[in-house]
Design a protein around this ligand. Structure first.
Ligand code: FEO
Length: 400
């Protein structure tokens, strides 16, 4: 049965929620689920904005049929070709063969890679700055390469001030009831999942996100319709754009310390606990502490984007970095982590190597400072280790 939400007199949300999927992109845990958003405009001509993942195709097609109520679908605007949004494109074309597909030149080969239907005869190719008059609305097209794939564009309905933002301004989390962020405590309930979504999905492409934010600043945006999560209106728009600007420019959201530790038998964990206590003794209370073996890296990437100071404490393992810690640091490097103050703690029962190797990895973080000393323990914390941890805590305090 259909389940649509009316957003304006002519625009409807026609997406769906998935609370069964364990791993988004087969990588990221989504304990609160995810929504796949698509939108349908019922002007004098009908326009579908993107499609949805296979998981919610049933309700999606019921929604379209219900709203069209026998009318034809005139246009499909494809803002993004990742399968969580385009998986049902071919079936949509099969059901509504008269629909023209509005996309850019980079989208066409991707459509051909995924599908066999004839795109060339129905494609309306747009480029940066182009506008189309459809159904009483003026749609402007803004290219947004690498936010999150190279073909991504966003569409601005200049008539109603609505930005169809593709993955940008999306959030993990299935929508429960209202699709409007303004109806719920969006900032209180979903900031962490919004950050985890942004940092892991597009965190690597801060430069490209900043370029789109700059273009968006020239638009009179009254509503943002992203492909995941909630529809944004009112004050939430400015709040979210501020967050995006912070994340995309790799500035920390908060002065505080993330301590991530990788410990095999508890020695490194003990060192991390002692260091956290020493930081608190120095008046630093904004501390988030995680066992890298017990926490999915996507949460730690998100936390690393949040905090100004990052402490990594790791055992040595097979002459290298303890594997879950190595995964985290490689992930942070891949996400272009930068502008941070970093401290290291290494453990090695006979040949501590993790400090040197972690130093090499965090050395790739631009504009970052490595605090001294790198504290060392051999199996367990010794008096000498305590002295080094104390000196490291002093260095953190001095750098705040
Ligand atoms: Fe939600 Fe890049 O797809």
């Amino acid at each position: 049965m259909y389940n649509v939400k009316q957003l304006t007199p002519s625009l409807y949300w026609i997406g769906g929620n998935d609370r069964r999927l364990a791993l988004f992109e087969n990588v990221y845990p989504i304990p609160q689920g995810v929504s796949y958003n698509a939108y349908l405009s019922l002007g004098s001509e009908t326009v579908l904005f993107d499609t949805v993942d296979h998981a919610v195709s049933g309700v999606f097609f019921e929604n379209i049929a219900h709203l069209l109520d026998g009318r034809k679908l005139d246009y499909i605007i494809v803002n993004h070709m990742e399968p969580d949004h385009c998986a049902t494109l071919a079936e949509t074309v099969l059901r509504y063969p008269e629909a023209k597909i509005v996309c850019n030149a980079k989208t066409v080969p991707m459509i051909k890679q995924f599908f066999d239907f004839d795109i060339d005869s129905r494609a309306v190719i747009v480029k940066e700055g182009d506008t189309l008059e459809i159904g009483g609305h003026t749609y402007a097209f803004v290219m947004a390469p690498m936010v999150h794939w190279p073909e991504v564009m966003v569409t601005f309905d200049a008539t109603d001030g609505i930005l169809f933002s593709a993955d940008a301004f999306g959030t993990f989390g299935a929508v429960s009831g209202s699709i409007m962020a303004s109806d719920i405590d969006f900032a209180g309930k979903y900031l962490d999942e919004a950050r985890r979504y942004y940092t892991n999905i597009v965190g690597k492409y801060g430069v490209q996100v900043m370029a789109v934010l700059k273009k968006a600043a020239t638009l009179d945006i009254k509503m943002i319709c992203p492909l995941h999560g909630w529809v944004l209106t009112g004050d939430v728009i400015g709040w979210f754009i501020d967050k995006y600007t912070t994340w995309a420019s790799y500035q920390p959201e908060e002065k505080g310390v993330l301590i991530a530790y990788g410990s095999i038998y508890g020695g490194t964990e003990n060192a991390a606990e002692i260091l956290a206590g020493m930081l608190a003794d120095r008046g630093i209370y904004n501390i988030a502490m995680y066992d890298v073996s017990a926490t999915h890296p996507s949460y730690l990437v998100s936390e690393a984007f949040k905090y100004s100071h990052l402490i990594f404490a790791s055992s040595t393992y097979n002459s290298g970095i303890f594997t879950p810690m190595e995964t985290l640091l490689v992930d942070l490097k891949a996400h272009a982590m930068q502008n941070r103050t970093i401290g290291l703690v290494q453990n090695g029962s006979w040949a501590p190597m993790s400090g040197k190797l972690m130093q090499e990895l965090v050395g790739s973080f631009k504009n970052s400072t490595l605090l001294q000393p790198v504290a060392t323990l051999r199996s367990t914390v010794s008096d000498k280790t305590r002295e080094e941890l104390s000196a490291l805590a002093d260095a953190v305090k001095a750098s705040m």
